[in-house]
Design a protein around this ligand. Structure first.
Ligand SMILES: Cc1ncc(Cn2nnc(CCOP(=O)(O)OP(=O)(O)O)c2C)c(N)n1
Ligand SMILES: [Mg+2]
Length: 562
């Protein structure tokens, strides 16, 4: 049996641990899809459209480490660029594969379908170069091994997406079999001298500090360094706060956990201890306008920044120092200093009294959140969507083992539906729960039909506050109103004869209790629970945060004379 370019790609994908490939077919990629489907370790997962396909791959990469999205040229890839952008912003190695025109067409100046209508088909590769760490187009079969290996290796090493374009007449062309996968996956270790120097100098630097705090950012998990961070934290004994996008990356049951540092909308007084510190060890952090509450919460104390492949702090920079090795090395060199934990234990807020609504009470945001808290277990993964769901989710406490997924850098509304679907395809036995607003749900609702088709037991809490409330709090206008849907009935429409899905409606606290119990028992597919709340029923944090983000957006342009 002939070994082809498509087989080469399939083998490499399987060798890096991918077991599901997310696809939307198109005549430029059909032969390629045949080759991928023929691989014994790959299972093809069809999606309703390429935006959702790329977001499903983004979610799968959160669970699996790497993922692949296979689309057709131009009409497919340009939609998939959005999930690819998310993977770039969220530091996930998503491999975007697009079918491409037959290699004979360009030189004959042929006009082809799905293209812009001229004979220059290079625009897609050029666009892909901007949103990936490596973009390649295979010009002839002989170059496929080199280019495919280069793109996949780049994605794995940098935790960024890559792009591979395979012409429709090359997928089935003869190709050599791949060499050892270590040539693609072998990580780049730290430079020994730089690592030694960095750990010793950083330990010295911290010795000179009275009150250091560790702040965990979202790139910690992407760098695979959570274990080593725990070691460093316990070697120091200091307070450990997380950024909102890093929730769940440090165990919340740990005695040194002090909550989410998010400026004025921090939890558990984390901002007090961060501001009390005289040095902040920032591990994989991202200080953007959203995580700094419109630039009002940029720490003004000396920062040590430990990144995926370098370390900097006042007076020092060390290149080629891998995050996990640096944290491990520093844990061995650093002096124990628990001053910030001693102080934090004096200012730790008392547990909040949470009001339990009566069963007949109209449902409120607070009651929805209280009930979600009640169903979280070590086997739960909570996806929170852009919107007030961010704030509702950040305020929850994760039991040991529970996971949390958020897309705060890219912030594409609708991400949570396909992303949780992709995630659950890798973790079918985890209890995946989604908190999503009505506006976001309307962007990618079709993927619920794939959850039905693949019998994925996801619980979707659709918080229906009749519109784009997060936008209302930033800046209101007619555009924040949307057409209301009958969401429970929509799920019935996807469900049709399958019977794998449940669409429920909860208007009161009691109805939500019943619906969540039904969802818990329903293992054979998704359960969507539409939770109706008042359109002005939003978190106080959203109002505060929205106010400062709006004023950050409103900063006047710097004129010549200011
Ligand atoms: C793809 C994309 N398009 C537009 C936006 C801007 N945006 N951000 N949040 C929203 C509204 C979210 O509304 P919902 O999901 O209902 O959430 P709530 O805030 O809970 O009402 C928009 C329209 C966005 N974040 N992503
Ligand atoms: Mg809404």
């Amino acid at each position: 049996k002939k070994f082809t370019v498509g087989d080469y790609l399939a083998e490499r994908l399987a060798q890096i641990g991918i077991r599901h490939h997310f696809v939307v077919p198109g005549d430029y990629n059909l032969i390629l899809l045949d080759k991928l489907q023929a691989h014994p370790q790959l299972t093809e997962i069809g999606c309703a459209n390429e935006l959702n396909c790329s977001m499903a791959a983004e979610g799968y990469a959160r669970a699996n480490g790497a993922s692949v999205c296979v689309v057709t040229f131009s009409v497919g890839a340009i939609s998939a660029f959005n999930g690819t952008g998310s993977a770039y912003a969220e530091n996930l190695p998503l491999i975007l594969v697009s079918g491409g025109p037959n290699t004979n067409d360009a030189s004959q100046f042929h006009i082809l379908h799905h293209t812009l209508g001229n004979s220059d088909y290079t625009y897609q590769l050029e666009m892909a170069k901007k949103i990936t760490c490596c973009a390649v187009a295979i010009p002839r079969a002989e170059e496929a091994p080199r280019l495919i290996d280069r793109a996949i290796r780049a994605a794995i090493l940098s935790r960024k997406p890559c792009y591979i374009e395979i012409p429709t007449n090359l997928a089935g062309a003869t190709c050599v079999r791949p060499g050892p996968i270590s040539a693609v996956t072998e990580p780049i270790a730290s430079d020994r001298d730089a690592l030694k120097a960095a750990c010793a100098a950083a330990a010295d630097y911290l010795d000179g500090k009275l009150k250091p705090v560790i702040l965990v950012g979202p790139k910690l998990r992407r760098a695979g360094a959570e274990k080593e961070l725990l070691k460093l934290a316990e070697a120091m004994g200091c307070a450990v706060a997380v950024q909102p996008a890093a929730k769940g990356m440090f165990p919340e049951a740990h005695p040194q956990y002090v909550g989410t540092f998010w400026g004025q909308v921090s939890t558990d007084a984390a901002d007090s201890i961060v501001h009390w510190a005289d040095a902040l060890i920032c591990v994989g952090t991202i200080f953007n306008d959203y995580s700094t509450v419109g630039w009002t919460a940029v720490p003004d104390i000396p920062l040590m920044a430990a990144e995926i492949d370098h370390v900097t702090y006042p007076g020092a920079h060390f290149s080629r120092v891998r995050l996990s090795e640096f944290l491990e090395g520093l844990a061995a060199d650093v002096t124990y200093n628990n001053n910030t934990m001693l102080e934090y234990n004096r200012l730790r807020p008392d547990p909040r009294q949470v009001h339990t609504a009566a069963p007949e009470d109209a449902l409120t945001r607070k009651e929805v959140t209280r009930q979600v808290q009640g169903i979280l277990t070590s086997n739960s993964t909570l996806f929170v969507e852009t919107g007030d769901s961010w704030f509702n989710g950040i305020g929850l406490t994760l039991p040991a083992g529970a996971q949390f997924e958020i897309e705060m850098q890219w912030g594409h509304i609708g991400w949570s539906i396909p992303a949780s679907f992709g995630y659950a395809m890798h973790f079918p036995t985890r209890r995946t729960i989604v908190m999503v607003g009505d506006g976001s749900f309307q962007v990618t609702a079709q993927e619920v039909s794939q959850m039905v088709r693949y019998k994925v037991p996801i619980t979707i809490l659709l918080i229906n506050n009749r519109g784009y409330t997060i936008e209302v709090e930033i800046h209101d206008g007619s555009y924040n109103k949307i057409k209301n849907w009958d969401y429970a009935l929509l799920v019935q429409a996807f469900n049709s004869t399958d019977g794998h899905a449940k669409g429920l409606l909860a208007n009161t606290a009691g109805e939500l209790v019943t619906a969540l119990r039904e969802a818990e028992e329903h293992k054979g597919g998704p359960t969507l629970i539409e939770c109706t709340i008042d359109q002005d029923d939003c978190s106080k944090e959203l109002i505060t945060w929205g106010h400062f983000v709006a004023s950050a957006n409103a900063r006047p342009p710097k004129g010549r004379h200011d």
